[in-house]
Structure formats: C-alpha cells, structure tokens
Design a protein around this ligand. Structure first.
Ligand code: TXA
Ligand code: MG
Length: 318
C-alpha cells in the first residue's frame, strides 16, 4: 500500500525523481507525474492500465508555466480562465514541442487546467515542471474522491498519496475546445454549461457517448462499477428478485429496496452536493457485500445535474 500523508516535500522529491504521486484536486484525485518527462508520463499510462490513445490533462499553477508549453489563448479561452481558474475547467490549447506526443496521444492540442486545491497548488509552485495527471483510478472504473479510494486501487503502484481530504466538487473538470476559435464543451464537468454560457455566450455541447471516440476519452462506457449497474426504468425488464439490489437515489428512498442498501445523493435536492457524493456513493454500493446489482436514477438535467447524468449514462452503458 502507498503512504498517505500531507508532506509536500516528499511528493516533490518523488516527482523530481520521475516517479508518480497521487494528488488531491477539487474535482477528483489525480495520478501525477512530470509532464515534461516522457518516462514519468509512460508510468502514468502503465499504472492506470490506460490506453495510449487517451490523452492526459496537464496541471499548472501559473500562466507563466502555461506559456512554456502552449501557444496563445484564444480570446474566449482567456475569458473562461479569468472567470474559472483556479477551478474545474480544462481547456485545449495548441501545444509546443516540449510536450511529448505521449501526453497528447499525438494530437496537436494539449488539455490544461489550473486546479484549486491548496495542497496541490503549493506542490505545483514548488516544482519546475507542470504535472500530467489523469484521474487516479484504474482505466474505466469510478474516479476517486478521497485518498483512501486511491489507495484501494492504485496503492500497490505508487509510493505516496498526498491527502487533501474529500474532493469538494466530486466530478471531473469541464473540458472546452476552441478549434477555429469556436468554443465547444467536450466533457461536462464541475463548471456547469450555464456558468460557461454566462461568460462567453451560447456554446455547443459535444460530449457524445461513443465507443469510437473522435475526441479520445469520451468513451461510451466509463466510470463503471464492477457490479451490474442499471437505470431505474430498466427494472421493469428484470425478472429475478431484486430485493438484494442497491439503490443510488437522488433525494428520496425507493421502497422496493432495503433501506440499508440505499444511498441518497442529496436529500435537499442540491445538485452540487449530489455531485460531491456521486462517485463515493457508487463506490460504496459496489463494495457492499449484501447487494448484487446497483440501480441508479437520473437527477434534474440542469447545472451540475447534466454532468451527473452524463456519468450515470456512461456508468450504465454496455
Ligand atoms: O478534473 C479533472 O479533469 C481530473 C483531475 C485529476 O484534474 N482529471 C481527469 O483526467 O479527469 P482524465 O484523464 O480522467 O480525463 C481527461 C480527459 C480524457 O477524456 C481525455 O481524452 C481528454 O481529457 N483529453 C485530454 N487531452 C485532450 C485533447 N488534446 N483533446 C481531446 N480530449 C483530450
Ligand atoms: Mg478519468
């Protein structure tokens, strides 16, 4: 198992040696390595068992660092970063040669964001390089929102997990591209579409579920638990006894399941709270030995609810 701690100097040393550290962010925990060191980046793919066609997000703490490896921001990207950085917004920018093709899966753009978590910001400030970091989960599984989640699944692959407590947002960052200066949302996430449109006007959302993604990583099936998972309306077609199924509800329990096998995302119907509880709730049901399948239900399709529903759609996709 990895050591869990709050010592930035330990994390810094490991990263400078070209090894990996799990880091807290406001969205989910990341599995970080030196983005300028191709060997370190290769270790990320290996530890996650992630296909190399799926590019990584690079994390920075300043615009000076950003300009070392990206071209100028398009005007609307600058407006968005002014509004939401540090925070759960990732933008795609034209990359410079210092970023290897492994980070970007051969694309000419690199995904970048400035995270908000204080510990990770302090760590980034202490380093001479930015951090490439995908979510710290085995490829395809539920993203981790605590140091313990990371340890359960990648603990034997890394030395150190920087413990920043539970993630405040709980959903990955929103990804926006600016091809031909036209902003497009490629992944719904911690900044809602409404918030983005309030800054730069109407934006196309193109987070299609696809099993052959043209923007890599937008895989149809993702964020999936190990147990069977189904949408509540699919229960009608279940012929076996489902009294041993678990339920991840939004704000109300469902009488068809045992009370102790149910988790609610937000009794007060707060979508931010629901987002924060989503991955932990799915994971708890997946690990509950008394249930043999997980039933989920959509939340209202607004604000962070859109991103929650996106994750639920992918988690239940075949
Ligand atoms: O909140 C987050 O974004 C977290 C934390 C750790 O920062 N990171 C995260 O990384 O969610 P990951 O690797 O799980 O998801 C990154 C997504 C992938 O779907 C990948 O395909 C997409 O970003 N991506 C990265 N670079 C891209 C590029 N140049 N063009 C299109 N998609 C890109
Ligand atoms: Mg991920």
């Amino acid at each position: 198992m990895a050591t869990i701690g709050i010592d930035i100097n330990i994390a810094k040393t490991i990263l400078e040696e070209g090894n990996l550290v799990a880091i807290p962010t406001e969205t989910v925990y990341g599995l970080a390595g030196n983005a300028f060191n191709v060997d370190a980046v290769a270790k990320i793919f290996k530890a996650k068992n992630r296909p190399t066609f799926d590019p990584l997000i690079v994390h920075v703490d300043s615009f000076e660092r950003l300009s070392e490896f990206t071209e100028e921001l398009p005007a609307k990207a600058a407006q968005l970063t002014a509004a939401f950085w540090p925070g759960p917004l990732t933008i795609l920018l034209k990359k410079k040669a210092i970023i290897s093709d492994l980070v970007t899966a051969g694309l000419d753009t690199v995904a970048v964001r400035m995270p908000r978590h204080a510990l990770t910001r302090e760590l980034l400030k202490s380093l001479d390089f930015p951090l490439a970091a995908p979510s710290a989960n085995p490829f395809g599984y539920i993203s981790p929102t605590s140091a313990q989640h990371v340890n359960q699944q990648l603990g034997d692959k890394i030395e150190y997990i920087l413990d920043g407590g539970e993630c405040g947002v709980g959903l990955e960052s929103t990804i926006v591209s600016f091809e031909n200066e036209v902003p497009k949302i490629l992944r719904l996430g911690g900044i809602s579409t409404e918030e983005i449109e309030a800054v730069i006007g109407k934006v196309e959302v193109n987070s299609h579920s696809s099993s052959q993604p043209q923007a890599p990583g937008m895989l149809k099936s993702h964020y999936a638990p190990k147990k069977r998972i189904l949408m509540i309306d699919a229960l009608e077609r279940v012929t076996e006894d489902f009294s041993t199924y678990g339920y991840l509800g939004f704000n109300v329990f469902d009488r068809r399941f045992k009370l102790e096998n149910q988790i609610l995302l937000s009794e007060s119907e707060n979508l931010n709270e629901a987002a924060k509880n989503l991955f932990g709730g799915l994971r708890a049901l997946d690990q509950n030995p008394n249930i043999n399948a997980i039933v989920v239900t959509f939340v209202p399709e607004k604000g962070l609810g859109r991103a929650i529903n996106d994750r639920l759609r992918r988690a239940t996709a075949k």
